[in-house]
Design a protein around this ligand. Structure first.
Ligand code: HPA
Ligand SMILES: [Zn+2]
Length: 335
């Protein structure tokens, strides 16, 4: 089964590039850029990855991002992730980056996006991995700061497919960003938002009705509202669910408690994703394996989850058809 899950053609729709920064690369970049780290060793840093909630993680995640300074650093970060995608037969990616985490430290928007984009272009030419980059606003910062970030993105709209909303959900509901999402959508950008991760099902409803997002990131708390679950299924609003993230951040106590397969059986278009794999103990295949071990996910369910990842991606029609054809070709003998 592990080999089957690794070789299964997949798309990843919820991955923070800053969260793919492995301790080894973090230390190497710290040295390259003479950034002092509060950890004596890679092992000591890994030991700190013991989180009680989302905020515990975010504090370390923003601290780690401080080693990213040059365009080459952002390229190296992104390329390391793409190598993992290649090894796990991931055909398409829609990664996130958090521009404000960098611009607030004096790193120009251009430095981050140019390094990331160069790696994404190379992924296409070298490995045939297609992509669409999503820039996230940090919801603990102000609406004004989000508007400023959107303005900085304007010269780079050809490199960005959409906007997202991440960071601390509690105390920062979707409505805070109604106007900036409206402006971004008017500029032709697609929209997603983290909602219903630590926050209530109402945040999922508000992300849909107020921010008018095309997809929900996490969304697992939707389960508390049966009417919302029915709506998600009926309107085919996909959720990008991140199983290992949810157990590491104590959204669920144990994988056996996770509701992703329950939602799948209720007709919700759920997908599997790794969120911040360097911090949560596994890339995409590991998340599928965790569902098999913790929830008894079947091969048929794994194929359906992979199918959803293509179907509800932002890839164009032709690319979607190509990827779905490849999925059918690789899995027809297993059915
Ligand atoms: O899972 C997450 N939730 C909110 N913000 C984040 N930033 C990186 N990962 C996450
Ligand atoms: Zn996330």
């Amino acid at each position: 089964m592990d080999q089957f899950l690794n070789d299964l053609p997949k798309a990843e729709l919820h991955l923070h590039l800053e969260g793919s920064l492995e301790p080894e690369l973090l230390f190497a970049l710290g040295e390259r850029n003479a950034v002092e780290l509060p950890y004596a060793s890679i092992e000591q840093l890994r030991e700190a990855y013991d989180f009680g909630n989302l905020q515990d993680f975010l504090d370390l995640y923003y601290q780690g991002a401080a080693v990213l300074q040059t365009e080459q650093d952002f390229y190296d970060l992104t390329w390391a992730y793409i190598e993992r995608c290649k090894a796990e037969n991931i055909l398409h990616i829609e990664p996130f980056f958090d521009p404000q985490t960098h611009t607030d430290r004096g790193i120009p928007f251009a430095t981050a996006i140019n390094g990331i984009s160069r790696a994404l272009e190379q992924a296409e030419t070298a490995y045939g991995i297609s992509s669409g980059l999503i820039m996230c606003f940090l919801r603990h910062l102000s609406e004004d700061a989000a508007f400023e970030t959107l303005q900085q993105a304007e010269p780079y709209l050809d490199k960005i497919i959409g906007i997202g909303l991440d960071s601390s959900e509690k105390g920062h509901p979707p409505a805070k960003f109604e106007r900036v999402f409206a402006k971004a959508r008017a500029m032709g950008l697609l929209a997603v938002a983290h909602a219903g991760e630590e926050g209530p099902a109402q945040n999922v409803i508000d992300a849909l009705d107020i921010l008018k997002v095309d997809r929900i990131d996490h969304g697992v708390r939707a389960i508390d509202d049966p009417e919302l679950i029915q709506r998600l299924a009926r309107e085919e609003i996909a959720l990008t669910v991140c199983p290992l993230s949810n157990t590491r951040l104590k959204v669920f106590d144990d994988m056996s408690q996770h509701n992703i397969l329950q939602m799948l059986e209720q007709g919700v278009k759920v997908t599997v994703n790794s969120d911040d794999p360097a911090y949560f103990g596994g890339y995409l295949t590991e998340n599928f394996i965790a569902l098999e071990k913790g929830l008894g996910m079947t091969r048929e369910q794994a194929v359906e989850l992979a199918r959803n990842s293509f179907e509800y991606s932002f890839a164009n029609k032709e690319r979607k058809a190509e990827m779905l054809f490849e999925l059918d070709r690789r899995t027809s003998s297993t059915r």
